[in-house]
Design a protein around this ligand. Sequence first.
Ligand SMILES: C[S@@+](CC[C@H](N)C(=O)[O-])C[C@H]1O[C@@H](n2cnc3c(N)ncnc32)[C@H](O)[C@@H]1O
Length: 446
Amino acid sequence: MLVQVREAPGRGRGIFAARPISAGEVVLRAPPVLLYPQHGTAAAFCSHCLRAFNSLEENAASVVACSSCGLVGFCGAACAAAAAADPGSHCPAVCRLLSACNLAGLNDEQQTALQFLFRCCSLRAAVAAGDSDAAARLATITSLSAPPVLPPSDAADGAAPSSSGGGGGDGLSSWSAGSTAVRELHGRLNHALAAAGAGPAAALGVEEVAELLRRDAANGYGIMAPSAPDGERRIRGTGIYSLPSLLNHECLPNVARFDCFDREPSGPRANACVEFRALHDIPAGEEVTQSYFPLPWPLGERQQRCREDYGFECACPRCKEEATWSEEESEWETDEDAGMEDAEAAGAATAGGAAPAHAHAHGDQQQQQQQGAAAAGAAGQEQQVDPAYINLFLLKYVCPREGCYGTLAPLPGQPAGQPGGPLFECNMCGGRRSEAEFLAELEAAD
Ligand SMILES: C[S@@+](CC[C@H](N)C(=O)[O-])C[C@H]1O[C@@H](n2cnc3c(N)ncnc32)[C@H](O)[C@@H]1O
């Protein structure tokens, strides 16, 4: 087994390496427990598997509209049939709720939240009817961590988070049982349930609605749409994944998420699996962590989003170090300290398969950290990080394509010692760069 779940001090549950993991290895691969589309995307993405219609070879010809509501479409007959049979997808119960619900005056986030709630109500009804798979999926959703509600600011009450993944705005404070936004959604949901003739088993109380929305906000993965012609990236939908929802956040993570929503599926929703690849070697016992945000985000933004969207204060080594920086130092760029000597050390260590999460440490400290990583549990809580290492980490793992902000990870399954070193792939634009190219870019920038 590659990973194990256990308590991560101060972070709830976490995922830990059960054996040494090599750079580029797929640490986790998981199918979705629940997928739902972002409001306003029905014309462009399959409502079952979230595949982009314009990625289909036959393009619009194979798109199938829902024969009942006509409001959503599927990427083919197989997905239409799979959705109809799945109480957590666009099944007849969800279709009726979508048709019956009064969406007037709701913003995009609230309408997207209803997509999630409709599916939860439908799963509940299926559980009451004896569906054990629905019971397991609902149990997964209700076992996700629900961050505490922050006291609402005056401005926060009534506003929905700016994305269903908890993004921006006033975050979790909007998803409290007392907020106007939740009461409004609860009211609309109840009306829709009554109008659609749903039984009492499907109904949710206002507290349940608030808690489901908070669980979703802190654990759902926003699935990005391909870049629009203007370069803007939008969310096409949200996925809840069982084991991946236990990955905690670090601002210098050791895995990155890759998805393949627009690839040729080998079966309904095969395209909806997500995988997490190791950025560098991870020693046995070390916590496996991802960054909940693009790596180059500045300290203030990261801290605010951790607090407001996920309910915790990030105390990772990078945050602690950057808190001591002046404004100029906080501009992310290669500084004098991050010269070629360090760069080559970091590059060689990674290529040679010996870069622990905190390879920045010097001398004894580095050895101690490698040995202590297992015992320390939550990676690096007490450790310090060198500013030069932060710069190198960002230079190495942030996609160099302008405006991309994706994360580069080594491609899985590469032979050791290949010329030019391992090849890295961006999880957003798919761009690739070899270790040798990275080192050459550093040298040129010096
Ligand atoms: C996606 S879940 C991760 C799994 C979670 N620890 C659990 O027990 O289910 C996100 C939640 O984990 C906690 N968390 C994640 N990263 C953290 C960190 N660096 N420090 C403290 N808490 C963290 C927060 O409560 C956050 O809302």
